[in-house]
Design a protein around this ligand. Structure first.
Ligand code: 5GP
Length: 347
């Protein structure tokens, strides 16, 4: 690894937008494929390599293939453990993983055991002393409609109360071209009222201004992507104003957006717009496995594309601490950790 690479790896980082099954590495996929030869899955269908692109629809097909491979409690335990250790090895000190609880009748996996298993993996990593604080957001797949959304919120609520602070919030994700946010509003409102933090994928594709406007009224605690909020890309000043007024941090995923073709190229990524505004913008991976990246690479990419100095990059990673969903004492511990590591990173 060259000098630059070492800096970005050593930089302590916060990852706030990581979908569990999208984060499964090529090595873990290899293990799963070996365990399930009968599925006859070709490794090239589970990741989008360097220089390759797919439409967003094609990206959602990739998740379906990974879901076939991850269909038992043992699989969920293995992928969660591997993903956590990989983020830790990449210098991530605080991670919020998110995942959609899934039921698989054939294997006995239930939504509840799915969440329990993710929590078990987080606790196991903690007990092993892996140097990373991990929290969990339960995800709603918008494709599944009102009832499932409400059921998911109830599950999340239950685990928020019983997981010793590990379940901190709720994510709204899934294919943005399916369904409408207004149908999910009661579930999201309930989640908010019971103390779950909300991170919502908003305006990931064009023509969702009405939905974004509606959901911004909640308001969410963070926004995933927000690619089409600003007027230059067909959004509106009033959406931008709402985001700014409520100081809602954005989770921004450069490689994911370019490979998924919602952003034409890196220099046109909306990171520039929000960063120039001085708005809280957190660099994230989205799906490090599917998009063949890691958080160090994402920071390096943002720096080289937008001309950020090492000092700017440090500030960016440090400011992400204020956007986490874990409570204030965790923020203070992380800030202390950043202070302790500063000399080593800039030596
Ligand atoms: P899982 O929830 O199974 O752990 O992770 C995969 C799921 O995350 C996908 O099926 C999809 O619902 C969601 N997801 C992953 N990446 C994206 C993305 O870029 N946009 C949206 N809207 N959803 C995503």
């Amino acid at each position: 690894m060259d000098n630059e690479g070492v800096f970005y790896r050593q930089l302590p980082k916060v990852e706030l937008h990581a979908h569990l099954n999208g984060s499964v590495s090529s090595q873990t996929i290899e293990k799963l494929i070996r365990q399930k030869p009968h599925l006859d899955i070709d490794h090239s269908t589970t990741a989008i390599g360097k220089g390759q692109q797919r439409t967003l629809d094609e990206c959602f097909e990739v998740f379906k293939v990974i879901h076939k491979l991850v269909d038992t409690e043992e699989d969920v335990l293995m992928v969660t453990t591997d993903v956590i250790k990989e983020f830790a090895a990449d210098g991530v000190k605080y991670l919020e993983l998110r995942s959609t609880p899934r039921e698989v009748k054939d294997t006995g996996l239930t939504k509840k055991s799915y969440i329990e298993t993710v929590i078990k993996a987080i606790q196991q990593c903690k007990n092993e002393g892996v140097d990373i604080d991990v929290r969990f957001l339960v995800a709603i797949d918008r494709r599944n409609g009102t009832e499932v959304a409400m059921e998911t919120v109830k599950l999340a609520e239950e685990f928020m109360l019983s997981s010793d602070g590990l379940v901190v919030g709720l994510d709204l994700s899934g294919d943005p071209s399916v369904g409408h946010g207004k149908d999910l509003l009661p579930a999201l409102q309930r989640a908010k009222n019971c103390g779950l933090k909300l991170s919502l994928h908003l305006s990931e594709v064009p023509s969702q201004l009405e939905e974004s406007d509606l959901l911004l009224n909640l308001p969410p605690d963070r926004i995933g992507h927000g690619t089409f909020f600003h007027p230059e890309v067909g959004g509106s000043q009033s959406l931008v104003d709402k985001v700014v007024k409520n100081n809602i941090p954005l989770e921004l995923c450069l490689t994911s957006n370019v490979k998924g073709q919602t952003v034409p190229c890196y220099v046109k990524h909306h990171f520039k717009y929000w960063y120039q505004l001085g708005h809280p913008s957190v660099i994230c991976t989205d799906d490090k496995g599917v998009f063949s990246t890691d958080l160090s690479q994402e920071y390096q990419l943002a720096a080289s594309t937008f001309g950020l100095s090492r000092k700017d990059v440090w500030k960016l990673s440090q400011q992400a601490i204020d956007c986490i969903f874990a409570p204030e004492d965790v923020k203070q511990q992380l800030k202390q950790k950043w202070n302790d590591l500063h000399t080593q990173v800039f030596k």
